[in-house]
Design a protein around this ligand. Structure first.
Ligand code: DAT
Ligand code: MG
Length: 148
């Protein structure tokens, strides 16, 4: 089944939003397959955001991601990449709809609380980068109550 990489950024951890964010993915019906609290160094953060290395905000973005621990997660479920992005909301919180994580909990684009993979291919790469040790294979006992 489809998987996505979700990361609660340092501001989300510092602001005590970890439980709230995990709860939203859990209550939707997605399954948690990997979870860790980790501080990453500059080369690692630069690798995660390599596609954005030419952007003027790149070094500020990397400074932000390495400014404190982050919660790295793998979530699984039907359509989880696209639906995960909807749960997260638009990149700029000024444009994120209320009810989304960024719409409810963020104001500035450079403090937008959470990352989610933008495609199945990015998810595959990001999961390989953040979880080289692999993830956990299990199926929720609620599976048949969530999927028809
Ligand atoms: P997203 O995180 O929604 O996938 P992205 O991949 O385009 O967005 O950019 C990664 C992060 O970089 C984003 O969460 C916040 C920051 N960012 C993006 N565009 C920015 C901009 N114009 N100014 C400042 N920071 C920006
Ligand atoms: Mg992105």
């Amino acid at each position: 089944m489809e998987q996505t990489f979700i990361m609660i950024k340092p501001d989300g951890v510092q602001r005590g939003l970890v439980g709230e964010i995990i709860g939203r993915f859990e209550k939707k019906g997605f399954s948690l397959k990997g979870l860790k609290l980790v501080s990453v160094d500059r080369p690692f953060a630069e690798k995660h955001y390599a596609d954005l290395s030419a952007k003027p905000f790149f070094s500020g973005l990397v400074d932000y991601i390495i400014s404190g621990p982050v919660v790295a997660m793998v979530w699984e479920g039907k359509g989880v990449v696209t639906t995960g992005r909807k749960i997260i909301g638009a990149t700029n919180p000024a444009e994120s709809a209320p009810g989304t994580i960024r719409g409810d909990y963020a104001i500035d684009i450079g403090r937008n609380v959470i990352h989610g993979s933008d495609s199945v291919e990015s998810a595959r790469k990001e999961i390989a980068l953040w979880f080289p040790e692999g993830t956990v294979s299990w199926q929720s006992s609620a599976h048949s109550w969530i999927y028809e």
